[in-house]
Design a protein around this ligand. Sequence first.
Ligand code: SF4
Length: 364
Amino acid sequence: MKHVEEFRDAGLVKKALADLERTVTQPWVIMEICGGQTHEIVEHGLDQLLPPEIELVHGPGCPVCVTPLEKIDKALAIASQPDVIFTSYGDMLRVPGTEEDLLTVRAHGGDVRVVYSPLDAVKIAQENPDKEVVFFAIGFETTAPANAMSVQQAHHLELKNFSVLVSQFRVPPAMEAILGSPLNRVQAFLGAGHVCAVMGYWEYEPVAEKYSAPIVVTGFEVLDLVLGIKQAVEQLEKGEAVVGNAYSRAVTREGNIPAQKLISHIYQNCPRAWRGIGEIPDSGWCLQPEYDFYDAENRFDVGQIQSKESTICIAGEILQGLKKPVDCPAFGTLCTPEKPLGATMVSAEGACAAYYRYGRTRDG
Ligand code: SF4
C-alpha cells in the first residue's frame, strides 16, 4: 500500500480485524505510547472493536501531559516578568499551573505568544533586542530537532536575549520504567511512528530483549494501528519479544541520522521528572554545558519553585497503564476541558480529553 487513504479504508480495517481475531487466543495488555494514537483509537472506537482478549492502555507519550507542574509554574513565573516575551506551542497555554495558566498571565498583561516553530521565537528575539525572549521547549524526540535548532540558530546569530525553558523527554527510558515497575500490566508496546522516524528503533531493541516485551513501531491511521496490534499479538502468542516495524513507509531502524546528530550536539541525556510519574533516570535531554547560556532556568531566578500536585488527579496512573480516565472520580464532573484539574484533560493528545470528547463513560 502506498497511499494514506488505503490506511483509512474500512474494508481493509475489517479484514485486518478479522485476521487479528483468528490470531489471538488469550488475554493481552498492549500500550500505545503516543497520545495522538490514543485519540485515533478512542475517536474510532478501535479499542471496542478489538477482540475482547486485547486490552489497550494509554501511555505517557503526550508532551503537555508529562511536563511537570513545577516546570509550568516556572514558565508562569518567567512569563510574568516585565520585559519578557514568553513563546510556546499553543497547547501549553491552557495547562493549569498551581494557581493560573499562561492565558491568565497574558490576560494580566504578560507578553505570551504562540509560535508554530521555535525558529519563530528566534526571529522574535532578533526583532526585539531590548526584550528577553524565552521559548518553552517541550516535547519528545519529535520536537527535539527543531528545538535544538533554535538554540543552534541563536548561537550562530550571537543572540544574547534568547533562552529556552527545556522540558524534553525520551521514550525508551519511560518504557523501561513502566516495564520494570512491580505494578506493571503492559505486555507489549506500540511505538510511536513519528518518534521513530527521528530516532529509528535501534534504541528499543535492548528494551524488548531485557523485559521480554514486543515493541512494534506503529503509525497513526486506524489500519496502521490494527496492523501494529496484530504484529504485537503474533509475537506475544509465539512467546517472541523483538522490535517490529509496522510503519516501514516512514521509519527505518537507523532513523534520521542528521537529526540525531543535531540533538546530541545541543543536548545531553539527563534525569527528567514526568508529571504524575516522577523522575526517570536518563529520560530527558538537557542542554550541553557549552549551551548553558541559553538555559532559561539559569537566566531567571526560578530554581526554588516547588509545586504540589492535585490530590484528586490520577493522570500518573493512567499514563502508566494502571487506570483509565473513567476510573477518575473527577472525570467529567470536577474535571472537564473547560475546567481541567490535570494536563491530560487539556492537551489535544491527552487520554482524559479523548475520553471526554468522544463521550466515554464507565460503561463504555
Ligand atoms: S479526569 Fe482530570 S483529574 Fe481525573 S485524571 Fe484526568 S485530568 Fe486528572
